[in-house]
Design a protein around this ligand. Sequence first.
Ligand SMILES: Nc1ncnc2c1ncn2[C@@H]1O[C@H](COP(=O)(O)OP(=O)(O)OP(=O)(O)O)[C@@H](O)[C@H]1O
Length: 399
Amino acid sequence: MHLKSITVQNFRNIAFAELAFDNSRQFFVGENAQGKTNLLEAAGFISALRSFRTSEDRTLIAHGKAEAAIACEIEHEKFGLTRVTIRLRPGGKEVHCDGERIRKLGDYIGRFPTVVFTSQDLLLVRGSPGGRRRWLDLALAETDPEYLRALQEYHRALASRNQLLKRGNGGASALSAELDAFEQPLARAAAQLAKRRAAGVEKLNAHVAAAYEKITAVAEGRAKPPAEPDRIDNQSTPAAQPEASPYPASKSPAAAIAYAPSVANGTELDETGWASQFASGRERDTLMRTTLSGPHRDDCELTVGGRPAREFASEGQQRGLAISLRLAEAAYLREQTGVNPVLLADDVLGELDPQRRRRFWASINSDDSRNQILATGTAPPDAELGSWQMFEVRGGMFS
Ligand SMILES: Nc1ncnc2c1ncn2[C@@H]1O[C@H](COP(=O)(O)OP(=O)(O)OP(=O)(O)O)[C@@H](O)[C@H]1O
């Protein structure tokens, strides 16, 4: 899809901006705190009706204003020319798509995919599991309405179960009838989530590996196993040298993502299996006053050269991996929906070393589909990155 225009009103520090985009890529240049990210945030809002920076919609409304608005004209692979308008008020949002009021997120999410690249993406690699789960949930929810339904059902049932556990009067046996009632939908949704996450991550993994290989000179090959712990010279044993590997270095996967469910055999459990799983955790959960395991505690394991990226990858590799996750997300969305997402690159280019930066752009440009890219920076892009439609941003004004 292609954003042909965007109009933004009372959105953070943007009082009013009406921007028409040509068929090339758009670059927003300006000093810090001028409104560059705010514009990308508004553009990204059309995908899942949420900001990529905050879950608090009210913070998006300009100080002292009653409401904010975003309107986009989109050239879309499936729907043709489409107009989306969004009004944000402290009490909620109102969304229209070609004049039709959207009432359910499930009827809308995934129609207009965007993928955002920000400096915060490094947290996908280095941060806690919650960030990776949110990333995965969004990619899967945007491509699979059943996934979104299961996710919503799971979180509703989980919140009710936790509320009950917090009250906790009388221990697990006293609560058993009520727990039964909440664990039924919880188990149904958990079985769906685990199965769909496993399948989704497997597909994403192929894209992560391909993207990482494209943007990284895969000279890293197959990493050496760690030295034996009782050797004080910190040398690998001869058997652990790379030539002992049964795989040629160039064939070993450089980067990978794997589903790491919090319940080890979670992907094999059906609804009944999950129900007994939750039931068996009642004593412990009542004591701790919360549900300690389940899909809400899942993670994704990221590796480079077969080793956990968080502990062993270099800073450059971690940045490369974070960007690969986003490129993989874009490829996955395109593969699953047939719609080419708009890429929103928020000042990430400066953070990559020149070689990875070149490869990043080459990997995007080599794509048959040539995604539209809206990018920001405090300085104009290098000449080698080709031509852009340039906008200067100052105090929430665009010229
Ligand atoms: N609700 C709001 N109402 C008015 N202004 C706001 C609101 N929320 C944020 N701002 C202002 O928006 C500005 C930040 O804009 P933005 O995050 O787009 O910066 P930027 O141009 O991307 O800068 P950087 O290069 O530092 O990321 C700040 O001046 C901030 O005070």
